[in-house]
Unconditional design. Structure first.
Length: 111
């Protein structure tokens, strides 16, 4: 049995950064999920405000680079960590009937 005093704080190697704080490493993912769940309905607006709309430009550039065909030729997009689906939506709007998108995100509130 150890006689070393404990402070109630996790050991340094059991912590992770979360904002300006160090939190228990096993609690970090829950905290991140909670943040995204709390802003999910306003996420795109928040991005508009924080980036001055710049995020829309790079997303449009990404879809242009992907060049989804406007024909019936099959072209699939897998959007991992797709959040609100704004990139997948742009992709489907730009492409033709052969385009399809699969969207996933760790936080169901974002979808």
């Amino acid at each position: 049995m150890s006689s070393a005093p404990t402070s109630g704080k996790p050991a340094a190697d059991d912590t992770a950064s979360f904002g300006f704080n160090e939190v228990a490493a096993d609690a970090r993912q829950r905290l991140v999920n909670d943040v995204f769940a709390s802003v999910a309905g306003r996420y795109d607006l928040m991005n508009d405000l924080m980036s001055g709309g710049l995020h829309r430009l790079w997303k449009d550039d990404l879809v242009a680079w992907l060049a989804p065909p406007k024909t019936a030729r099959r072209f699939d997009l897998i959007d991992v960590a797709g959040g609100t689906g704004d990139i997948a939506g742009r992709f489907l709007e730009a492409g033709g009937p052969g385009c399809a998108a699969v969207l996933c995100d760790i936080n169901p509130a974002m979808l």
